[in-house]
Design a protein around this ligand. Structure first.
Ligand SMILES: Cc1cc2nc3c(=O)[nH]c(=O)nc-3n(C[C@H](O)[C@H](O)[C@H](O)COP(=O)(O)OP(=O)(O)OC[C@H]3O[C@@H](n4cnc5c(N)ncnc54)[C@H](O)[C@@H]3O)c2cc1C
Length: 450
């Protein structure tokens, strides 16, 4: 038997929950289906920051504010807000590190800290608490939430769309929102992965750490390494609690044994001193496909949000915002009795203007730090960082960050070329080749859900 809704949402991450909260508030008959039993359990590994928030730094043509008293986070231009439900901690800088201890700083934390909130580049949140808070807000707004259920099929109907689940139930709705993340079943079933650029299957191990000996507790560290011929990032970010961090090992090549890398990194590199006497608890591991951004986040009455339609570089920021705006567009279409692509055009226009057709963002792009370890070896990474001994602008903007870096490299290119020409040859690949070409060996070992 089929249940009839205005909107069915697949996935209860940031994007799906924000879509459910918004739809409920707008009076849409909404159901959210999530495969996890406990939505607040953050199975998906991430550094739990909300980025970027540097003073005046726009992202996706938005500015984000956090009210320290109420914990309300607001995307100002689109007038989208939610209660975070989490303590937070300001982050005042980002540092790239080579495994032999060369550093490249984006912002001087001592300078930024003096500016208070105006000096932060982002905030660290407790993702489980935010998920729990969003869930509560979605339910309070009237959205129905079904957990422990996997959506297995999607098809177009005369009235809109029909979804099937692993429990044999059917859900019919005027629209669906696919918010089921990087390995989206919905996108696969809609046929949108068929010709899509695929970078690789990225494996991740996430730990909660206590008592790390970091140079500064309010900085995000990205250690960039090559290991077994692949690029591996170790991202260390603050949690919103004293002496607590998230440590995430990330590899763009799923053949690499990350547990072995973790042992090597925390015991044998120069940075192992950060881990002396620290407690590390493995909290989650995941493998997410890294896809190129889709041209249109819509097909057959299904709107795509968050990681389903772009690379994870839209981040938590983009996931939250796109979820809210997709539900708003659904409301407009239903109100205007126009349940078609034309009816939801405000969402597609937002997507085009703020991201897809925005010259600031390149679609076939992957954050440069993921690729550094593939295009340069450890000696070259160390040499490069040692030559960039200036502090770059305080930022964690996934797109502009590497443009700033490129500019700085340009200033010392002559010296690099003279002393270690292979560095510029390696970096040149970022201009000449797409991420898919650079990662083609890793991609061949991956498992895209086309
Ligand atoms: C290593 C790493 C570090 C990161 N660090 C940061 C960071 O510090 N800051 C930041 O802003 N972003 C970060 N990101 C990106 C961020 O995590 C994602 O962009 C964000 O989680 C996307 O949210 P989402 O709701 O679109 O998808 P997800 O969070 O993946 O949620 C998808 C939901 O759908 C459910 N689901 C999947 N399939 C089905 C199905 N068939 N039926 C029902 N339910 C289903 C899943 O269980 C899940 O709950 C990071 C990502 C990675 C990989």
């Amino acid at each position: 038997m089929s249940n009839q809704y205005d909107l069915v949402i697949v996935g209860g991450g940031y994007s799906g929950l924000m879509a459910a909260k918004t739809a409920g508030e707008l009076g849409l008959k909404t159901v959210l289906i999530e495969m996890k039993h406990d939505i607040s359990k953050a199975n998906r590994v991430d550094c739990q920051t909300l980025l970027p928030m540097a003073e005046g730094e726009g992202y996706l043509e938005e500015i984000v504010n956090l009210d320290p008293k109420t914990g309300v986070i607001k995307f100002v231009k689109n007038d989208v807000s939610f209660k975070s439900g989490s303590p937070y901690r300001n982050v005042y800088g980002l540092e790239l590190d080579s495994i032999d201890g060369q550093t490249l700083k984006f912002g001087d934390p001592n300078v930024q800290r003096k500016l208070g909130d105006k000096g932060r580049i982002c905030v660290a949140l407790d993702k489980s608490k935010v998920l729990a808070s969003l869930l509560e807000q979605a339910k309070a707004a009237g959205a129905e939430v079904i957990t422990g259920t996997v959506v297995t099929g999607v098809s177009k109907t005369d009235e809109g769309v029909k979804l099937t689940t692993n429990k044999g139930k059917e859900f019919s709705a005027t629209f669906a929102i696919a918010a089921d993340g990087a390995n989206s079943k919905m996108v696969q079933q809609l046929g949108l992965n068929k010709d899509r650029g695929y970078y690789s299957s990225m494996t991740v191990l996430g730990y909660y750490a206590e008592d790390l000996k970091l140079p500064d507790p309010e900085v995000i560290y990205y250690a960039v390494a090559r290991y077994e011929d692949a690029g591996v990032i170790t991202a260390i970010g603050p949690r919103p609690y004293d002496n607590k961090n998230v440590v995430v090992f990330i590899c763009v090549d799923c053949r690499v044994d990350l547990l072995k890398f973790k042992e090597y990194f925390t015991k044998e590199t120069k940075l192992s001193k950060w881990f002396e006497g620290a407690k590390m608890e493995l909290v989650n591991s995941s493998c997410g496909n890294m896809w190129a951004t889709l041209e249109k986040p819509y097909k057959d009455n299904v709107l795509l949000v968050g990681d389903t339609c772009w690379c994870q570089e839209s981040e938590n920021f983009g996931a939250l915002l796109s979820g809210a705006l997709a539900s708003r567009a659904v409301k407009e279409a239903i109100k205007n009795n126009n349940p078609t692509e034309e009816g939801i055009k405000s969402y597609l226009e937002w997507w085009d203007n703020s991201f897809y057709k925005n010259p600031k963002y390149q679609r076939d792009q992957l954050m440069g730090n993921y690729l550094l370890g593939t295009i340069l070896n450890n000696e070259e990474i160390s040499f490069l960082f040692s030559k960039l001994n200036t502090t770059l602008p305080a930022s964690i903007h996934p797109y502009t960050l590497f443009a700033d870096l490129g500019e700085e490299i340009g200033k010392v290119a002559g010296e690099i070329q003279e002393k270690m020409p292979s560095v510029l040859a390696g970096l040149g690949r970022l201009q000449q080749e797409s991420p898919a070409e650079i990662l083609k060996d890793a991609a061949a070992a991956g498992f895209p859900n086309r």
